[in-house]
Design a protein around this ligand. Structure first.
Ligand SMILES: Nc1nc2c(ncn2[C@@H]2O[C@H](COP(=O)(O)OP(=O)(O)OP(=O)(O)O)[C@@H](O)[C@H]2O)c(=O)[nH]1
Ligand SMILES: [Mg+2]
Length: 219
């Protein structure tokens, strides 16, 4: 479809919380025990059919949790229409950093009250190693008016749901999209070039067929 709008969303949070694994599970229904840390920013394209019956192109910006890429991540948020904010239920620091680091800093880049954000407690399969109770996270989410889900990128539990929750919210607020801002992939590519996108996983998709697409997405 020509001029089909492209909705960029991003996934952020501490390193090793499972951001890339969540995307791979959502886009390809795969899980890699030895996922490498993301360098800079990667992106993934997905077409999703939403509740309104329309199909939307979604560009998922995968950010690196490592500190040296932090300013790149915050800069990139300025072009995004929705955010998945991830901690691991097995990592206390990643939860504590949600407020002290992520929420405060997101607020410097975008208005947290005006952008859909879904909070994700990942690694739900590791119940024996859990250090963050679901109730604490739910209270945190309520405090900041975020949607909240616990997920496992290993088993796939709630992964589709988390992405779809966000994408439906983004599409619902599409009237807020500045129509001159992002009309098609080429225009969006120009924005991406300015922030030095790393296409590691796209190359993996092309060259190694590691994460072969398996299904069409619906919301
Ligand atoms: N058991 C379990 N392991 C997971 C899950 N999600 C990710 N992992 C593992 O956790 C490690 C880190 O996952 P990544 O997806 O690379 O984490 P990331 O948040 O993208 O990390 P950065 O790119 O450094 O920011 C990898 O070894 C994954 O296999 C999960 O839901 N359950
Ligand atoms: Mg990663």
């Amino acid at each position: 479809m020509l001029n089909q709008p492209l909705y960029p969303i991003s996934i952020i949070g501490d390193s090793s919380t499972g951001k890339t694994s969540l995307i791979i599970q959502f886009t390809s229904s795969k899980f890699d025990e030895k996922m490498s840390a993301t360098i800079g920013i990667d992106y993934f394209m997905e077409e999703v059919t939403c509740k309104d019956g329309n199909t939307y192109k979604i560009k998922i910006m995968d950010t690196a949790g490592q500190e040296q890429y932090h300013s790149m991540t915050l800069n990139m948020l300025k072009i995004c229409k929705g955010i998945l904010l991830v901690y691991s239920i097995t990592d206390k620091d990643s939860f504590n950093n949600l407020e002290s680091k992520w929420i405060n800093e997101i607020n410097d880049s975008v208005d947290v009250n005006n952008i859909p954000i879904v909070l994700i407690g990942n690694k739900k399969d590791l119940e024996d190693e859990r250090v963050i109770e679901e109730q604490s996270a739910r209270e945190f989410a309520n405090k900041f008016n975020l949607k909240f889900l616990e997920t496992s990128s290993k088993t796939g539990e709630n992964v589709d749901l988390a992405f779809k929750e966000l994408i439906n919210e983004v599409v619902k607020s599409k009237n807020n999209v500045n129509k001159n801002e992002i009309k098609n992939e080429n225009q969006n590519q120009n924005i991406n070039n300015n922030i030095n996108i790393n296409q590691t996983y796209i190359l993996k998709l092309d060259n190694q067929k590691m994460y072969k697409k398996q299904k069409k997405k619906g919301c």
